[in-house]
Design a protein around this ligand. Structure first.
Ligand SMILES: [Zn+2]
Length: 353
């Protein structure tokens, strides 16, 4: 009787397993037929980033070969990148709820204008400082200038961005960018004008003082525009091993997480500084818990542009996004000092020889 019972329970278990297997197979078949029926989506998921990087190469080539004004190349590339990624977002969204509506597009257009004004003001300030302190003449090969510019601008941006999350008086400006609950290509430009000014100034002033040539600055700026908007795009792409070298939407979504333990990833260009200073948390498939700021009621609604403009100057008790225990640790300060000194010294030595 007991043997009979055991046999029938074994048969039942086997039957259940077969049913489960059949269901799984149906799921896999459905998924395969779904991707077969959507070849454009499947193609875009794989080709979104390679197409963008090809556009970077093409823009740089055209800039040099046809001697087009670098500023004109940059601005044309910026708008083409936004349009391209907005189209990709429609076909391969990470989250459909993150699509901007018409009102948000208009709002983000105004923020984009302010972001560009912040960038232009930082360039004006750099020119002014360079007129007071005559820049050196970097006499080094172009490829070396490009590598140096990439590393130094990335380090400057990393330091300013990280400080903006950890210091309350800077977070009051940068938090405006994080107060939204969507991450898409449109709201990448949702910034306070002074936040953009400070970040660009810190990133670009050393280049101007060292005397890095306009061609090297052009190459790095085109790459950085592509990386900045791509990382912020609401696209379902997976870069795989490239995530260990360059910024991506997979990492930057985590940067916008309210959970501080996963919200590092301060760089959107190259990941070297995040990895060196312990703020690299990406793992394959990891998704942010929730998007936004730690204390949501401390910032105005993103749609109220004027309130956001004056918000950092209103007298209020401020906090930082990163609690004390998660801030930059003292053991990293010597590393930061040695690396930045080495890079600047290398640039100075090379420009003087
Ligand atoms: Zn941030």
């Amino acid at each position: 009787m007991n043997i009979q019972k055991t046999i029938s329970s074994f048969e039942l278990e086997q039957k259940n397993q077969q049913e489960q297997l059949a269901t799984n197979n149906i799921d896999i078949t459905l998924e395969q037929s779904f991707s077969k029926n959507k070849p454009l989506e499947t193609f875009l998921k794989h080709a979104c980033y390679p197409i963008l990087m090809s556009a970077v190469a093409l823009t740089i080539f055209c800039g040099f070969y046809f001697s087009i004004d670098f500023g004109l190349c940059n601005i044309t590339f910026l708008f083409c990148t936004i349009i391209y990624l907005a189209i990709c977002e429609r076909f391969i969204p990470y989250k459909k709820e993150w699509h901007p509506n018409a009102k948000e597009w208009r709002r983000d257009g105004i923020y984009l204008f302010m972001t560009m004004m912040g960038g232009a003001s930082s360039v004006a300030a750099i020119f002014y400082i360079a007129s007071l302190v005559p820049p050196l003449d970097a006499n080094i090969p172009l490829w070396l200038e490009i590598v140096l510019t990439l590393l130094l601008t990335s380090l400057g941006t990393y330091v300013f961005h990280r400080a903006s999350h950890e210091l309350p008086w800077l977070w009051r400006f940068h938090g405006i960018h994080h107060a939204t609950h969507k991450v898409n290509v449109g709201n990448n430009a949702l910034n306070h004008i002074f936040d953009v000014f400070g970040r660009r100034l810190l990133a670009q002033l050393p280049m101007a003082l060292i005397g890095i040539s306009p061609p090297a600055l052009f190459v790095v700026s085109v790459f950085n525009i592509a990386q900045g908007y791509f990382s912020h795009a609401n696209v379902d792409v997976k870069l795989g091993w490239l995530n260990y070298w360059v910024g991506s939407p997979e990492q930057h979504r985590l940067h916008h997480s309210v959970d501080i333990t996963e919200a590092g990833h301060y760089s959107v260009d190259i990941t070297i500084w995040d990895r060196l200073f312990n703020s690299y948390f990406w793992q394959p498939g990891r998704k942010p818990i929730e998007i936004g700021v730690r204390k949501p009621n401390t910032f105005p609604l993103s749609n109220d542009i004027f309130k956001n403009l004056i918000h950092p100057f209103r007298k209020k008790k401020y906090y930082s996004q990163v609690p004390e225990k998660n801030k930059f640790e003292w053991r990293f300060w010597p590393r930061l000092f040695v690396i930045s000194s080495a890079l600047i010294t290398a640039a100075l030595v090379m420009s003087l020889t």
